[in-house]
Ligand binder design. Structure first.
Ligand SMILES: NC(=O)c1ccc[n+]([C@@H]2O[C@H](COP(=O)([O-])OP(=O)(O)OC[C@H]3O[C@@H](n4cnc5c(N)ncnc54)[C@H](OP(=O)(O)O)[C@@H]3O)[C@@H](O)[C@H]2O)c1
Length: 323
């Protein structure tokens, strides 16, 4: 037995409870892990509120780092004592220990701490998906990144800059603006200003090549208005609520736009894709091209407070839970 955060109904952070749970023994292709740091993601909130489907009783969390304690009979390539991290296709990371499929584990290289791994893996693989695959960013292009001081946002702006893009970032407060500017991003706009007009002026009415929009409902339509002819709208999150249905003619009348709604798990389903993306990410972290900012950490027991802070926009960078 060990402790985990569980919930048995959808609702606010108060449905999350500190609970004694069985961990179990690993199957042939599984390991038992002792978690050392757990990543908090907005996705965990969608599952708690019911926006994304969940089965009860549920343990939130898709991302953690830890140490392998027991390996299943057919496991190759991992031994007890290995430092690992994972992005799970199933939740269960808000726990002291868990059984995990081995095909989702990545070994942690030297120079990446457990807390860094829990802070960067899911969010950094998302940035890899967005900038390297969904729309492959090229040198000199202008792009727009929403929620730029957030978990995914801070990683994405650093990566986009490294790729040679001209980054326009949007944030919700002056202090978040300072955080993003400190990374060398010149154009950091405020969400409650007329950022569409500002982007038109910055691009001499041309518009940006691609918008990465995780805010969703509140920004979707205005984001479309920032794109150049045949630009790409990447809507990848619902922090303010899900985007309502849209008529294809809206894309046509704004200049033959492209629209996509990517999900990380479709991009890392194959082992090779996961390994390649993780290798690229860890290398950039080790070279300090991407600095991982753990803006806040909480004891695992206080997961409800961590989610409440994330939901109410009080956080910067990544949030980590410590068992
Ligand atoms: N598609 C995928 O596979 C995938 C994978 C990972 C993450 N995501 C998405 O990426 C986004 C970022 O995730 P994260 O965990 O790194 O969270 P986060 O960006 O650290 O937190 C969300 C941020 O969104 C901004 N925001 C604007 N309006 C908001 C509102 N009404 N309510 C709440 N937040 C609002 C806030 O920044 P300001 O205060 O600066 O406005 C807030 O800090 C989420 O939407 C998540 O769903 C998608």
């Amino acid at each position: 037995m060990s402790y985990a955060i569980c919930f048995n109904s959808h609702g606010g952070p108060e449905v999350l409870e500190w609970t004694h749970v069985p961990v179990g023994e690993p199957g042939p292709n599984q390991v038992r892990l002792r978690h050392t740091a757990i990543g908090v993601n907005f996705l965990d909130i969608y599952e708690r509120t019911g926006l994304y489907a969940t089965r009860f009783p549920a343990i939130p969390g898709r991302e953690a780092a830890g140490v392998v304690e027991v390996v299943g009979s057919r496991v190759k390539g991992f031994v007890a004592g290995d430092r690992v991290a994972y992005v799970g296709s199933q939740s269960g990371a808000y726990s002291e220990a868990r059984v995990m499929d081995v095909d989702r584990l990545v070994k942690l290289p030297d120079g990446i701490t457990d807390q860094q791994a829990a802070a960067v893996l899911l969010k950094g693989l998302t940035a890899h998906m967005l900038l390297r695959q969904t729309y492959r960013v090229r040198k000199g292009e202008t792009l727009l990144i929403h929620a730029a001081a957030g978990g995914v946002g801070l990683i994405a702006v650093q990566w986009a800059r490294h790729l040679g893009a001209r980054v326009v970032a949007i944030v919700g407060s002056e202090s978040k603006r300072d955080r993003v500017r400190a990374l060398g991003i010149d154009h950091v706009l405020l969400l409650d200003e007329d950022w569409v007009a500002q982007i038109k002026s910055l691009t001499r009415n041309r518009g940006v090549s691609v918008v990465y929009d995780s805010v969703g409902k509140d920004t979707f339509e205005r984001s479309l208005d920032c794109l150049r002819t045949r630009g790409m709208m990447v809507t990848y999150g619902n922090s303010s609520g899900p985007v309502p249905p849209i008529a294809p003619l809206e894309l046509s009348k704004r200049g033959s736009l492209y629209l996509t709604r990517p999900t990380l798990f479709n991009y890392i389903a194959q082992r090779r894709a996961l390994d390649n993306a993780a290798r690229e990410l860890f290398e950039l972290v080790q070279r300090a091209v991407i600095n991982v900012h753990v803006g806040q950490s909480y004891p695992l027991k206080d997961a409800a407070r961590a989610q409440a802070d994330l939901e109410s926009r009080r956080t910067e960078g990544s949030t980590v839970l410590l068992p």
